[in-house]
Design a binder for this molecule. Structure first.
Ligand code: C2E
Ligand code: CA
Ligand code: CA
Ligand code: CA
Length: 278
């Protein structure tokens, strides 16, 4: 009846309202996050599986909201993409990440690659390659040490447009990684149509590789990617068993909590020193 129905409708509305208020707070907060210095980059080391040495770092953005506390990028990046704040945030991330190079020269650890996640909106921006080139020259980072991570979901709108932009970027000398590989619908289609240097196998292809048969697809993807002269990166490596299998399959690069969590900037120098002195 009507009386019984109403309360549940109200409860539903309250939750919906709460979600919308939370979202509005995030949207509003994002506009000030940069000017209030609330963003920070963490860097997760990536390892060459054969030598066991650090080959680079992936920059991962963190947001400390003044009232809500830590907000994960998984939550705020999609909002920033919707309201366009990802453009200034993305440039800030790129600059900060490239600046890390100067710090590494001091350690000294000059050949580490810096990987930066790029959103669709940035890739669609025709000025993006100019911004990248400017940031490279300002920070002194050699172009071949910058890797831009893109996902296939951003290519679906127009692969041709994306391809033109990616070629402009590779002409600068930077390298392109296809991130979250295997989570989309037409991944294989992109492999030889884009100027790719690396493919990052999504965590979901690493999680169960130790179970019987589950690893077969992963092993085949690694081989397929390498046959196309693209390096294979495994992310989300959490156990020695996974690492062992990936080594057996000659995957090129590994990243994951087993090897290192993302590090704060202040932790990097100590981390590198520890690594290179082994
Ligand atoms: P992603 O690019 O796939 O980044 C890898 C995520 O996996 C990171 O989460 C990282 O902390 C986490 N991770 C690393 N090792 C492991 C592991 O062994 N196991 C598990 N379960 N997870 C692991 P994070 O930092 O929360 O970032 C989430 C996503 O947010 C990223 O996924 C990326 O898509 C996006 N993101 C982060 N920073 C940026 C940025 O600066 N710009 C853009 N556009 N997106 C970003
Ligand atoms: Ca990534
Ligand atoms: Ca990924
Ligand atoms: Ca992702």
């Amino acid at each position: 009846t009507k009386e019984q129905g109403q309360p549940s409708i109200m409860i539903y509305d309250v939750n919906l309202l709460k979600n919308q208020i939370h979202r509005l707070k995030l949207e509003e907060g994002l506009l000030q996050a940069l000017s209030n210095d609330e963003l920070e980059l963490h860097f997760q080391p990536q390892f060459n599986i054969h030598s066991g040495k650090v080959r680079g770092f992936e920059a991962l953005v963190r947001w400390q909201h003044p009232k809500l506390g830590a907000v994960s990028p998984g939550e705020f990046i999609p909002i920033a993409e919707e309201n366009g704040t990802i453009l200034p945030i993305g440039l800030w991330v790129l600059r900060r990440a490239c600046e890390l190079y100067q710090e590494m020269l001091m350690v000294p650890f000059p050949e580490a690659v810096i990987s930066v996640n790029i959103s669709a909106l940035q890739l669609n921006d025709s000025y993006f390659p100019k911004h990248v080139s400017q940031i490279l020259s300002e920070t002194g980072l050699p172009p071949h040490l910058l890797e831009l991570e893109i996902t296939e979901s951003m290519l679906i709108a127009s692969i041709d447009a994306a391809n033109i932009r990616l070629k402009e970027l590779t002409q600068l000398g930077v390298r392109i990684a296809l991130d979250d590989f295997g989570t989309g619908y037409s991944s294989l289609h992109y492999l030889n149509r884009l100027p790719l240097h690396l493919v990052k196998l999504d965590k979901s292809f690493i999680r169960d590789i130790c179970k019987n048969n589950e690893g077969r697809i992963t092993e085949s993807i690694i081989r397929l990617v390498q046959d196309l002269d693209i390096q294979a990166v495994a992310e989300g490596v959490e156990s020695y068993d996974q690492l062992y299998l990936l080594k057996t399959w000659k995957c090129d690069i590994v990243q994951g909590f087993l090897l290192s969590k993302p590090l704060r900037e202040q932790e990097i120098a100590a981390f590198i020193t520890k690594q290179t002195s082994v």
